[in-house]
Design a protein around this ligand. Structure first.
Ligand code: KIV
Ligand code: ZN
Length: 535
């Protein structure tokens, strides 16, 4: 468990992966996945978890309540719930976070001309709504955060008035959002400094925490956030991998590693255990089915890769020549675990635990079995391989509607690619289908479709190898959308055979889609060992 300590140099890390991040196109999570991510965010050491928007749906409310109860422990993070500046939202947010040891209500109102126009209210009515909302939130919860939405396009005089009213009614954190990713770093820094100095009751020494929340539409979210820190901001609202609406939010790992790497420049610190960054990034990527671009700062696959001869030579002689951070700082271990046929479960469990995975019981048996198979095929099993195996096991849940049992494909230049897929449904029945497609993955997906019969469109399909070498494990992430819906669902799979990883990822996404859309239209009973052919 991360130990959180605070002084005037501490930057509070407010993680909104489960709220703003989950608003990314296609990032739908089940409540169990949200809970697991929240647990990992707590281990990472974030100070505040924005667990969701409880008024959005009963499911969202339940997910926030569970996180509040199970992760919001006395030595855990503050758990925040978002609410529009309306009574029912605020009461529902309180229902969501009330059971956390450190609950927070985060309420917001649009203050820019276009947002006031959208709400069909004038500036005076805006201030009234802020007054009522913050006062109500404060009557329920001691810790209240207020955000003037679209502050980046709000005139500064009105921003001061909005923040002053919020503080007068009891807000203890004032969060200034650049909702549409419009502002420039120096301009934003000037605005924030002015707000901190000019807002009555919220200046230095008042105890009010100033926060920023930036979107990345012009690729400036991290720069704008860091600019705020130089002028007195002490809370940053961020997401893992920078996911979020449109071009995303400020990325947690970029801000944290900038503070960490340029310590003497910022003279600031965070409570983040940076060695947990990579694990958290992978978890979010896998559960959301949202790949991370290879050149993404800090967590991209190429972030620590050196391609050119000059760079490689320099790094071999002294890593600092071209590296400003070591891969180990973010939890990217370089070590190779040379366990072979004769290595035991104990050694595997110890190594997994060193990597931060407490795997036991049946799960350990499953990972061990797969580790042995892999150790037979590969000369060295790296930590990255182990992490992919654990992620793959975690992607398959006991409550899944369908499970892949076996797959066999025939493909090449001499015929039609054909896949035979055997799956188990929840009733424990075996379903076997063979299908023909344009390639092995297409044929396999057609076979799966025939078994599961849950019409969907494949929107994204990404394969990448976990390590270098021809014997590497292949990871696949997919994103699908049910027919006639704009919601999308992600899935992840890892295997030494990329057709197998592809099918696992697809089945994981379909299971998630079925779980969220209601019951599955399963192939009729009696279709056990059914064989169908589709072109
Ligand atoms: O971008 C934004 O303005 C938000 C607010 C709700 C804080 O997400
Ligand atoms: Zn936002």
């Amino acid at each position: 468990m991360a130990t959180r300590t605070y002084d005037e140099h501490t930057v509070i890390i407010f993680d909104t992966t489960l709220r703003d991040g989950e608003q990314s196109p296609g990032a739908t999570l089940s409540s169990a996945e949200k809970l697991e991510i929240a647990r990992q965010l707590s281990v990472l050491g974030v100070d505040v978890i924005e667990a969701g928007f409880p008024a959005a749906s009963p499911d969202d409310l339940r997910a926030v309540q569970r996180i509040a109860r199970e992760v919001g422990t006395p030595d855990g993070p503050t758990v925040a719930g978002l609410a529009r500046a309306v009574e029912s939202d605020i009461r529902t947010a309180w229902e969501g976070v009330g059971q956390a040891a450190k609950p927070r209500i985060h309420t917001f109102l649009g203050t820019s001309p276009s947002h006031l126009a959208m709400l069909r209210i004038d500036k005076a009515e805006g201030l009234q709504r802020i007054r009522r909302a913050v006062a109500l939130a404060k009557s329920l919860c001691a810790d209240v955060e207020f955000s003037p939405m679209d502050a980046g396009r709000t005139d500064t005089e009105y921003l001061v008035s909005a923040c002053a009213v919020a503080v007068e009614c009891g807000a203890t954190t004032l969060n200034i959002p650049d909702t549409v990713g419009y502002v420039m770093p120096t301009e934003w820094a000037d605005t924030l400094e002015m707000l901190i100095n000019e807002t009555p009751g919220a200046g230095p020494g008042s105890g009010v925490i100033w926060s920023v929340h930036c979107h990345n539409d012009l690729g400036l979210a991290t720069a704008n956030t860091l600019a705020g820190l130089r002028r007195g901001v002490r809370q940053v609202e961020v997401t893992i991998n920078g996911i979020g609406e449109r071009a995303g939010n400020t990325s947690l790992e970029e801000v944290v590693m900038a503070i960490h790497t340029r310590k003497s420049f910022y003279d600031l610190r965070t409570n983040i255990d940076s060695t947990q960054i990579m694990k958290t990034s992978r978890m979010v990527r896998n559960y959301m089915g949202m790949p991370v671009q290879p050149n993404k700062a800090i967590v991209g696959a190429n972030a620590f890769a050196h391609e050119s001869g000059i760079h490689q030579d320099g790094v071999l002689k002294n890593a600092a020549t071209f590296e400003i951070m070591t891969p180990e700082t973010i939890g990217l271990t370089q070590s190779k675990l040379v366990l072979g046929k004769h290595s035991g479960r104990h050694a595997l469990r110890v190594r997994l635990s060193e990597l931060g995975y407490d795997v036991d019981g049946d799960e350990l048996m499953d990972v061990f079995r797969r580790f042995k198979t892999l150790a037979d095929m590969k000369k060295t099993v790296t930590d990255a391989d182990l992490e992919a195996l654990v992620a793959d096991e975690a992607a398959q849940k006991p409550e899944d509607y369908f499970r892949l049992v076996d797959i066999q494909v025939v493909c090449g230049t001499m015929g039609m690619p054909t896949a035979t897929v055997k799956m188990l449904n929840q009733r424990g029945e075996e379903l076997i289908v063979a299908a023909v497609g344009t390639g092995p993955v297409d044929a396999s997906y057609r076979a799966v479709d025939e078994i599961i019969q849950a019409p969907s469109a494949l929107l994204e399909f990404n394969v990448h190898s976990v390590t270098e070498g021809i014997d590497a494990l292949g990871e696949v992430t997919v994103r699908i959308a049910p027919a006639g819906s704009s919601r999308t669902f992600g899935g992840y799979g890892a295997d030494s055979d990329i057709v197998v990883s592809s099918v696992k990822a697809y089945v994981a996404a379909l299971n998630r889609m079925i779980a969220s859309m209601g019951s599955a239209e399963v192939a009729p009973e009696g279709d056990v060992a059914m064989v169908g052919l589709s072109a």
